[in-house]
Design a protein around this ligand. Structure first.
Ligand code: S3P
Length: 436
């Protein structure tokens, strides 16, 4: 599917973004492992979370979706938890689709099961590195066959033992995989993270009564406790809100209210980076929901933007927003430097390359580094025909670039946005005022 984007004058109005994808995966999985029924409001309606639901159903978990209220509010879902020992052997391979989180987190659960299962996914997911989870799960005692470190994964689970694991990459997916396997292990499982990464798994487990403690960079989980069911409203996805924050920042005269956005500090790196650049974003009505900080964001068009450097410890908190940050950087004064972002090469596509190529197609000069990008600015963007590379975040980041380009931009493969944000282009249409 192609979507045509025309330059916009400004962004105005109010929006609620779909429920957080990371939290939705975890709430479904942990609800499935709880004793009793979990009720999850405003779950992410994206295809990735549907993949998690499909896999859990194939493992014998009953999950009912009731359609959401109005507009972009997501479905309310009930999950009939089967307890830690209640999953049943699947009849065929479990298909994680395009979703790395589904595959890596579920592998942790499957490693603890007394049956064999196969996890596979689409062509993109079958190219992504899985050695990073095979290694710790094997050390815990699971037997996993892979295609040279890639899916499909054949997992023979069973009697696991707790380990102490120092994450070689700062990945919340790997951390969560090991912690989930730890629920089924004998003895304590400890994960040490080099840099803080999103901590939704730990927060949910704590709410469910698990014995989990953090001390500095070390998280320790002691198995044994039955998990309580969850009752929560999933906060709006900060990674989806980021597109509207960027659009409103880039277009002078914009004023936008985004309600109910998750503001977990392990996820707000993009807001912090944009504020350093000179963006006008304020947080209102900040409260705690579902054990997570949530608030409304008010964004106004920026008067001027300055280049910044991002890298090191702040990277995991904005990892999914780097393509969008690169788009914003083209409009900032000076050269923006993005370092320590090598992980972007193994996402749904090689995002460093995709960003450099698409900005190049729009007439911008960008230097691609082995683990980052150099983006001089300000540079005018020219409307162009842009592939999405089968990547939801590339499709949406370049739709935002199209709003501040001259002439028309065509996003090819725009349907990939449905992976995390069904309805994205309709919202874009509603919020943007075309140039006259
Ligand atoms: C996610 C963690 C991140 C992120 C992905 C979702 C999660 O991946 O890029 O979109 O839900 O844990 P890594 O943990 O591999 O960095």
């Amino acid at each position: 599917m192609e979507v045509h984007i025309r330059p916009a004058r400004r962004i105005a109005g109010e929006v609620r973004v779909p429920g957080d994808k990371s939290l939705s995966h975890r709430a479904l999985m942990l609800g499935a492992l709880a004793h009793g029924e979990s009720l999850l409001q405003d779950l992410s309606p994206g295809a990735d979370v549907q993949s998690t639901a499909r896999c859990l159903r194939a493992l014998g978990v009953s999950i009912d979706f009731h359609s959401g209220g109005n507009g972009s509010e997501g479905p309310t879902v009930s999950v009939r938890g089967v307890g830690l020992s209640g999953l049943s052997p699947p009849e065929g391979p479990l298909d994680a689709g395009n979703s790395g989180t589904t595959m890596r987190l579920l592998a942790g659960v499957l490693a603890g099961q007394p049956f064999e299962s196969v996890l596979t996914g689409d062509a993109s997911l079958r190219r992504r590195p899985m050695g990073r989870i095979v290694e710790p799960l094997s050390r815990m005692g699971a037997s996993i066959e892979s295609e040279r470190g890639r899916a499909p994964l054949r997992i023979r689970g069973g009697r696991l033992k707790g380990i102490r694991y120092e994450l070689p990459v700062p990945s919340a997916q790997v951390k969560s995989c090991v912690l989930l396997a730890g629920l089924f292990a004998e003895g304590e499982t400890t994960v040490v993270e080099p840099v803080p990464t999103r901590d939704h798994t730990e927060r949910l487990l704590r709410q469910q009564g698990a014995t989990i403690e953090r001390s500095g960079r070390t998280i320790a989980l002691r198995p044994g406790a039955a998990l309580k069911p969850l009752a929560l409203r999933v906060p709006g996805d900060p990674s989806s809100a980021a597109f509207w924050v960027a659009a409103a920042t880039l277009l002078p005269g914009s004023r936008l209210l985004i309600r109910g956005v998750g503001l977990n500090p392990t996820r707000t790196g993009f807001l912090a980076a944009l504020q350093r650049m000179g963006a006008c974003v304020s947080r209102q009505n900040v409260r705690e929901e579902a054990g997570e900080p949530v608030g409304d964001l008010v964004v106004r068009g920026a008067e001027s933007l300055q280049a910044i450097e991002v890298g090191g410890e702040e990277l995991p908190a904005l990892i999914d927003e780097v393509p969008l940050l690169a788009v914003v950087a083209t409009q900032a004064e000076g050269t923006t430097v993005i370092r320590d972002a090598g992980e972007l090469r193994v996402k749904e596509t090689d995002r460093l390359r995709a960003v450099a190529r698409n900005l190049g197609r729009m007439g911008a000069e960008v230097e691609e580094l082995p683990e980052g990008l150099l983006i001089p600015g300000p540079q005018p963007l020219r409307g162009a025909r842009l592939p999405s590379y089968g990547d939801h975040r590339i499709a949406m980041a370049f739709a935002i670039a199209g709003l501040c380009a001259s002439g028309e931009t065509v996003i090819e493969g725009a349907e990939w946005a449905d992976v995390s944000y069904p309805g994205f282009f309709e919202v874009l249409d509603r919020l943007s005022e075309p140039e006259r």
